[in-house]
Write a protein that binds this ligand. Sequence first.
Ligand code: UDP
Length: 248
Amino acid sequence: MNSDSSLRFKRILLKLSGEALAGALSWGIDVRFLDYLSEEVIKVRNLGVEVAIVVGGGNIFRGRSADKDGISRVTADYMGMLATVINALAFQDFLESKGVPTRVQTAIEMRAIAEPYIRRRAIRHLEKGRIVIFAAGTGNPYFSTDTAAALRAAEIRAEAVLKATKVDGIYEADPLLHKNAIKFEKLKYLDLLNKGLKVMDSTAVSLCMENNIPIIVFSISEPDSLVKIVTGHQIGTFVGREEDARQG
Ligand code: UDP
């Protein structure tokens, strides 16, 4: 690994939604896309960036939807958290097959397959160049993996939450439905909360705001997006404090 002082961020928290892991599929894991994603992540890790990842589970199971189908919300949420572990193990396997050391840490203990989440140990892994994948969300029902991403970012003192999505930033309206929708280059945390932009839930945004952790929403499908972000290029949408949102 190199260590480059020109890096904009030296420790990042990458949020990969279940949707990202589904790639071109409507459900499950797209192994070809997972292969691509692991290459993208390894590129920034090899620049000397410490990479922690929170994976979602929506490609397999979402608590809120199952709630409607007769499974209680709490049970459904635990099922959703288990889905994130399936994704984490798959992603770990791809990263390790390319020779990169990784650790999965789960918020719900399952020691036979992963370490339990231990903050200091996670930081130690990062310092040693290991990619750490946080799974099972926050370990609590009624939360999301976006909130888990904000929480873990604050705990490990990540310098930014990079939220990978299918679109290249935050738009005033869904760009897939509204062709002329305008993309925001920069936003304040409060804009994200007040404009009703459904990019991240309010708990996650509030946590980032309170801890002054910038959020960058970007498209992971564009090759080298992660490299561009950590080396200081303005891509996607930057969300931060008023003064930071002005400068970017
Ligand atoms: N979940 C939860 N607590 C958490 C994180 C996740 O209960 O701290 C459950 C919730 O049911 C959620 C599911 O896990 O629907 C999958 O997570 P999420 O929907 O955030 O995944 P993503 O949208 O990123 O794929």
